[in-house]
Design a protein. Structure first.
Ligand code: PBG
Length: 331
């Protein structure tokens, strides 16, 4: 070691924390509305907003109200909205045919938003759970969630979404090989510019509970999703999922849930450098909301802190039910 000349320099890390101006100057990460993808629930009807009890502040909207919400989101600087349909019981069937019906709720909402708010990007979910009578993301045959037969249906679903005008397709089903199959089908159908945001590292999580209430799938679900969603004990496997999905044609990848999996976000970003997103899922939203509504935490501060954590962990953006609240809090 080189001997120091003169007095030892005194490192005082508090110097760069002394005022808002200096703290802003040395901030390593930023958070803005532009980092957000806003998941919204769509239902039938007109002029309806129906609260989701386990997600205070979140509603299911009829298509006309979804269009209004999309306009509001665009005005707030939110770049993308993600549609989740609440399908009527009559359209939840063994063959899941409603999933690729050009007139299904998701496709009608897509066309209506595209027409009225062309600037906002539209993302949709590819998986059979909103349309199946079992609540599973794939077909169930003799108690098994069958992979390859499910993929044929997922491809039809993705094509019908692309046809309706979706910008970003998000396969959340966790079947093996679906990214490649969907990518090839999109190319063949002339949808070369439709993006795939793969739910690449999606864990079998307890934090999806309120979402399943929101889309009406919790009552139906028989068993669990552990044969296709990942084991929360695993981390190397997440990298293999991401590598596979990127090689099959995913443009962006997602880690889900978010807050309990920030280590995965960091590894994925460091390893692949691809556009990386996290989904702060329904249960994470519900926890923060519930504590805030009880006066146990400052809800706005917890929201901003939790979302900043994703940026710090390397994410390029976050899917969060807080998106409009965040945009308003930062405005
Ligand atoms: C369905 C899907 C789920 C979520 C998004 N897409 C639930 C599940 O896998 O059971 C969860 C989102 C959330 O909890 O906010 N394929």
């Amino acid at each position: 070691m080189r001997p120091t000349l003169g007095p030892t320099p005194i490192t005082r890390l508090r110097r760069t924390r002394q005022s808002p101006a200096i703290r802003a100057l040395v901030a390593e990460n930023t958070l803005s509305a532009a980092d957000m993808i806003w998941p919204v629930f769509v239902r039938e009807g007109e002029n309806v907003e129906e609260p989701v009890p386990s997600m205070p502040g979140v509603v299911r909207r009829s298509v006309d109200r979804v269009v209004e919400a999309a306009r509001e989101a665009a005005d707030l600087g939110i770049p993308a909205i993600c549609l989740f349909p609440y399908t009527d019981a009559a359209n939840r069937t063994e063959d899941c045919a409603e999933a690729w019906n050009p007139e299904n709720l998701s496709n009608r909402a897509t066309r209506a938003i595209k027409k009225a708010v062309p600037d906002i990007a539209i993302m949709t979910d590819v998986a059979l759970d909103p349309y199946s009578d079992t609540g599973h993301d794939g077909f169930v045959r003799d108690g098994e969630i069958v992979n390859d037969e499910t993929i044929e249906a997922l491809v039809k679903q993705a094509l019908s979404q692309a046809e309706a005008g979706v910008d970003i397709i998000g396969p959340s089903d966790m079947m093996d090989g679906r990214i490649g199959a969907i990518r090839q089908a999109l190319e063949a159908a002339g949808h070369q510019n439709v993006m795939l945001l793969s739910y690449a590292a999606k864990y079998a999580s307890a934090f999806y509970g309120p979402f399943r209430d929101a889309v009406g799938a919790s009552g139906a679900l028989k068993g669990d999703k552990k044969t296709y969603q990942m084991n929360p004990a695993n981390s190397d496997e997440a990298l293999r999922c991401v590598e596979r999905d990127l090689s099959e044609g995913a443009d962006m990848v997602m880690v889900k849930p978010g807050m309990p999996y920030l280590d995965i976000c960091r590894r994925v970003k460091d390893t692949f450098g691809a556009p990386t997103f996290a989904y702060q899922v329904s249960g994470e939203y519900a926890m923060i909301k519930a504590a805030a509504l009880n006066g146990w935490i400052d809800g706005d501060r917890a929201m901003v802190e939790s979302l900043m954590a994703f940026k710090r962990a390397g994410c390029d953006g976050v899917l969060s039910y807080f998106a409009p609240d965040l945009a308003r809090a930062l405005a």
